[in-house]
Design a protein around this ligand. Structure first.
Ligand code: PEP
Ligand code: MG
Length: 542
């Protein structure tokens, strides 16, 4: 038995055979052709076919995975229609009197290289896309169909890496799990696996190669381990684990659709934290009562430039609509500190965690803030949205943010644009200052959401990014718990409700303590929702 270790991106156990996905053989040789006009026509038909295929993939991705994935294919469409790219291919056919395959392969390498050499990481990432569309053109020239064959038996799909096209084109019924040599937690494989709830491990390294094709394997998506030719003992242990997991899932499923009440009848709201529109599907899958934290900065982080008002509006409106009347709390842009975006051109800071981040940045860049608030308010006409401001320390920050929100409301009224005039406004409690003055803050807002990740960092003066300080970072620390208690009491005394959306909300060892303090809502990552509901049902608060 051998083991490979990688980064677990979706939990679960899969037992089966490994199917190594090599991609298609696209070896290309240069062939002289007699009739360049005919070759141009052959290329034009392949090109037209590729455009149709990409449009179909975009539809498929939208239906099966979500908007984020589908957006990749929009980029592919644009690349396929890019005149520089097409001229390069046509030029090679004309000048060298050669086959279209050769012209496409040469252009693919040239364009991929120039993308890869760019400074901007976003543009570097486009090298994979240009390869993807070029390979599609090669397949169309070779008359190969779009769908990728996986064989009859479901397998653990292993690959060096998988392109968006490849992942989307696979028949999902034939996949037990994903294992890739490269890739990150946000790679397409990871997103797809999470959406499908399949075990997945990325970053397994170069030892994951085609020599493993057909071998029996076990994928442990909890620990990030792939067991190759597992021995009897490991197989028995993993089978047991897998059965326990199935039983646990069944138990959790039984909580779906039921209200969340403690044994002594206190009702608690259980919401989910998400970072993209596509994840709304997970909110439904795990039956969360709403979205307690939509980290809107991911719209900015996944973009090469400021997303404009309409792009943001489309995203928030989709959330509002897809949530079908359930509440969604959109947190305004929270960048700075650990989340840096090149196009913001922020000055380097000596202490970024104490720097221009969260609401501070929005108040310094009111035009960016206003664009987001306009998009959010316009979207509020399509469902139940709320807005909350991150990283607050003083009352004036909140009054200034609210004044900007009011200006935006007035603008929209003047433009006759619809919005929800009663949209709730909240602040995150992430600094000790905000907790201590929460009585004053509560008068300004409808609700609080306690961000225990930052509250712990700032209360204990422990950098949350520094793994070496793990021992010193304790969200159960009495100082943090006392602050939470103060916040809940101050909120309730001032008619505001209060939730927790940091990681502590999903820490089942502390659920009863938080509920005893009077926390009204807990917001956790979607896969945690059902477990939390089970724990709540077992709590007694009296
Ligand atoms: C928090 O700080 O607890 C929080 C939820 O915000 P983030 O983790 O995005 O900083
Ligand atoms: Mg935070």
């Amino acid at each position: 038995m051998r083991q490979l270790h990688g980064k677990a991106v979706c939990g679960g156990i899969a037992i089966g055979r490994l199917g190594f996905f090599r991609g298609r053989d696209r070896t290309v040789t240069q062939v002289r052709i007699a009739d360049a006009t005919a070759e141009h026509e052959r290329f034009a038909s392949a090109h037209a076919l590729a455009i149709v295929q990409v449009a179909a993939l975009q539809e498929k991705a939208l239906a099966e995975i979500g908007e984020n994935e589908a957006a990749v294919f929009e980029i592919h469409q644009m690349m396929l229609e890019d005149e520089d790219y097409l001229d390069a291919i046509r030029g090679i056919i004309a000048e060298q009197n050669c086959n279209a395959e050769y012209a496409v392969a040469v252009t693919r390498e040239e364009f991929a290289r120039s993308f890869a050499e760019m400074d901007d990481p976003y543009m570097q990432g486009r090298a994979a896309d240009v390869r993807d569309i070029s390979n599609r053109l090669l397949d169309c020239l070779a008359g190969k169909s779009g769908d990728l064959e996986l064989g009859d038996e479901p397998v653990v799909v292993a690959a060096k890496d998988l392109t968006p096209s490849e992942t989307v084109q696979m028949d999902k019924r034939k996949i037990l799990a994903f294992a890739t040599g490269g890739g990150s937690s946000n790679s397409h494989t990871a997103i797809l696996a999470r959406t499908m709830g399949l075990p997945a491990i990325v970053n397994l390294g170069d030892d994951l190669d085609e020599r493993l094709d057909g071998l029996p394997v076990i994928v442990d998506g909890f620990t990030g381990t792939v067991y190759i030719e597992p021995d009897a003992q490991t197989t028995a242990a993993m089978e047991k684990r897998s059965d326990e997991e199935t039983a646990r899932q069944a138990l959790l499923e039984s909580f779906k659709g039921k209200p969340n009440r403690t044994r002594d009848g206190k009702e608690v709201l259980v919401y989910a934290n998400i970072g993209s529109v596509a994840e709304v599907e997970l909110v439904h899958r795990y039956d969360a009562g709403g979205i307690g934290l939509f980290r809107s900065e991911f719209l900015f982080l996944n973009s090469g430039d400021y997303p404009d008002e309409d792009a943001q509006f489309a995203a928030y409106r989709k959330v509002a609509k897809d949530m079908g009347g359930k509440p969604s709390i959109i947190r305004t842009l929270d960048i700075g500190a650990d989340k840096q975006i090149a196009y913001f051109n922020l000055d380097a800071e000596e202490n970024p965690a104490l720097g221009l981040r969260g609401l501070r940045l929005c108040l310094e860049r009111p035009e960016v803030f206003k664009t987001q608030l306009r998009a959010l308010l316009r979207a509020s006409a399509f469902g139940k949205l709320a807005v909350m401001f991150p990283m607050v320390a003083s009352v004036w920050e909140v009054t200034e943010a609210k004044a900007i929100l009011e200006t935006v409301r007035e603008e929209l009224r003047a433009e006759d644009k619809a919005f929800d005039a009663d949209m709730e406004v909240g602040v995150m409690i992430e600094t000790p200052a905000a907790a201590v003055i929460s009585d004053l803050l509560a008068r300004e807002v409808d609700f609080f959401s306690i961000g225990t990740n930052d509250l712990t960092q700032y209360t204990l003066a422990v950098d949350r990014q520094n793994a070496r300080l793990d021992r010193f970072s304790d969200p159960h620390h009495e100082a943090v718990l006392r602050l939470i208690r103060i916040v809940v009491d101050n909120a309730h005394a001032n008619n505001a409700w209060v939730g927790v959306c940091g990681e502590l909300a999903g820490d089942l060892a502390i659920t009863e303590t938080l509920l005893r303090m009077g926390v009204d809502e807990l917001s956790v990552s979607p896969p945690k929702v059902l477990e939390l509901r089970k724990t709540i049902a077992e709590c007694t608060l009296a």
